[in-house]
Design a protein around this ligand. Structure first.
Ligand code: MN
Length: 254
């Protein structure tokens, strides 16, 4: 199984989770919310090759932590993965939109300067502006929209940009989420939990708990659970074998 957007550090016992995930062979992208948290999370995960640690700067914290951009730039050489980054246009976050954009733009430029990164992106109610920023910074790497919730036209723009998508059980609960997933190119879809933020039936998803997403994708793609599992696994392999990785010293950048 693949959980390509999980806040591993926010669970009570991340080390126990990392051990469990490695035993059940779940590949994970452990996303972060602040640059200063990156080294701690990576230290926990370093011995588990199935866990990649992303350097994050969550849009909800962008305004308050804007002085951590320096830390972000100091750390970006340490990993191929950036996230969670992006913009949030929900009413309660609109007042920080200027700083959010400043932070996101800075991050995209830093990714470009490094030759590109895999970028796990938050775009709630802000897909249009996120797309604009990505279009302006096309050499920033491979954008992976996490829990994409824009409209069809925005989805089309994201696909044209070469973006990937990570979809999870919470997103696929909604009709709109499933309709979007059905329009995503199969070969650019990964799965995620977004745990512990995302919950299904009132329970926060555990790291790696993507089974329901596989079941929903099997219905959407009209294929078996096993075929979904193979497809997602081969997608991840393709992504990580992309030019971006080949260009750099990938093994040391987990
Ligand atoms: Mn998240």
């Amino acid at each position: 199984m693949i959980d390509f957007h999980c806040h591993l550090e926010l669970y009570r016992d991340p080390i126990a989770e990392a051990k469990r995930l490695s035993k059940i062979e779940v590949d994970v992208l452990a996303v972060g919310t602040t640059p200063s948290a990156f080294l701690g999370t990576r230290r926990l995960c370093l011995e588990y090759t199935n866990i990649r640690t992303a350097l994050g700067f969550h849009p909800h914290l962008a305004a308050q932590r804007i002085n951590e951009l320096k830390t972000f730039d100091e750390l970006i050489a340490e990993t191929l993965y950036v996230g969670e980054v992006g913009l949030d246009g929900a009413p309660e976050h609109l007042k920080t939109m200027d700083q959010q954009i400043q932070v996101f733009r800075h991050i995209l430029k830093s990714c470009s300067a490094m030759g590109g990164r895999f970028i796990s992106i938050h775009s709630r109610r802000a897909a249009k502006v996120v797309l604009f920023e990505l279009e302006e910074n096309q050499d920033s790497g491979v954008p992976i929209f996490h829990w994409f919730s824009g409209n069809y036209r925005e989805l089309r723009r994201a696909i044209e940009l070469g973006a990937w998508f990570s979809v999870g059980p919470a997103m696929l609960k909604s009709d709109h989420g499933r309709a979007l997933a059905a329009k995503m190119p199969k070969e650019r879809v990964l799965t995620e939990t977004d745990g512990p933020f995302a919950a299904v039936e009132g329970k926060a998803l555990l790291p790696g708990e993507v089974g329901n997403a596989y079941i929903d994708l099997a219905k959407i793609w009209d294929c078996s659970f096993g075929e979904v599992a193979n497809r997602i696994r081969s997608n991840l392999r393709t992504l990580e074998r992309s030019a971006l990785v080949c260009r750099s010293d990938s093994e040391s950048l987990r």
